[in-house]
Design a protein around this ligand. Structure first.
Ligand code: AMP
Length: 212
């Protein structure tokens, strides 16, 4: 099964991708997570990506497409994968189509996790992630058992620099301009499945499973 998860930053794509990954035993490929790891390791790719990420802007399409072309060829992708945070532009979506075609693969669905804009800022600025394992929490909606500590691995929970309010507003603007057109793109291809992204994580996941 090959899936794309669509939605504004902060709608809970990553959380749903983690659940889908577990349920269907396919890897979650998060471009944001891959890029953050590269930045931490100060690799060539990381250095290239950092300035764009710090401002809340998008890393150039060719860099991302190159990175994804390599990633989907890895052995853990043999039975499918979930793309979380990619594609983010029409050019990336076209590149994904070509990539899949070249490898004799087909996209099953693009799932849109739908949340009204005004709820998103609160969600993003309240988000905390484990610096060790990447698990995602929210100070109000999904707090860890012990404040600041990851339930899963005991790692420290931190706020991503790009979850600070000013950067969040820029990320949302870019989402509207560049990524939102993908909704029509996948709708025209009859691949779009829209899921209400408001409510408890388990309830949203039930909705996701129902459309798959
Ligand atoms: P995310 O964790 O998905 O919100 O991604 C964090 C940041 O990584 C974004 O704000 C972008 O700067 C960059 N990024 C992630 N995925 C992509 C992508 N598909 N295209 C361009 N930039 C990306």
């Amino acid at each position: 099964m090959i899936l794309v998860l669509l939605g504004a930053p902060g709608v809970g794509k990553g959380t749903q991708a983690q659940l889908i990954s577990k349920e269907f035993s396919i890897p979650q490929i998060s471009t944001g997570d891959i890029l953050r790891k590269e930045v931490k390791e100060e690799s060539e790719l990381g250095k290239k990506a950092k300035t764009f990420m710090d401002s809340g802007g998008l890393v150039p399409d060719d860099v991302i497409v190159d990175m994804m072309e390599k990633r989907i060829k890895e052995s853990d992708c043999a039975n499918g994968f979930i793309l979380d945070g990619f594609p983010r532009t029409i050019a990336q979506a076209d590149a994904l189509d070509k990539m899949l075609e070249k490898n004799n693969l087909k996209l099953d669905s693009a799932i849109l996790v739908d949340v009204a804009q005004d709820k998103i800022v609160e969600r993003l600025t309240g988000r905390r992630v484990c610096e060790k394992c990447g698990a995602v929490y929210h100070i109000k909606n999904n707090p860890p058992k012990k404040e600041g500590i990851c339930d899963l691995c005991g790692g420290k929970l931190i706020q991503r620099d790009d979850d600070k309010e000013e950067i969040v507003l820029n990320r949302l603007k870019i989402y509207e301009e560049l990524t939102q057109p993908l909704i029509a793109y996948y709708s025209e291809k009859n691949k779009l499945k829209k899921v209400d992204g408001v409510g408890a994580i388990e309830d949203i996941f039930k909705r996701v499973k129902a459309v798959l």
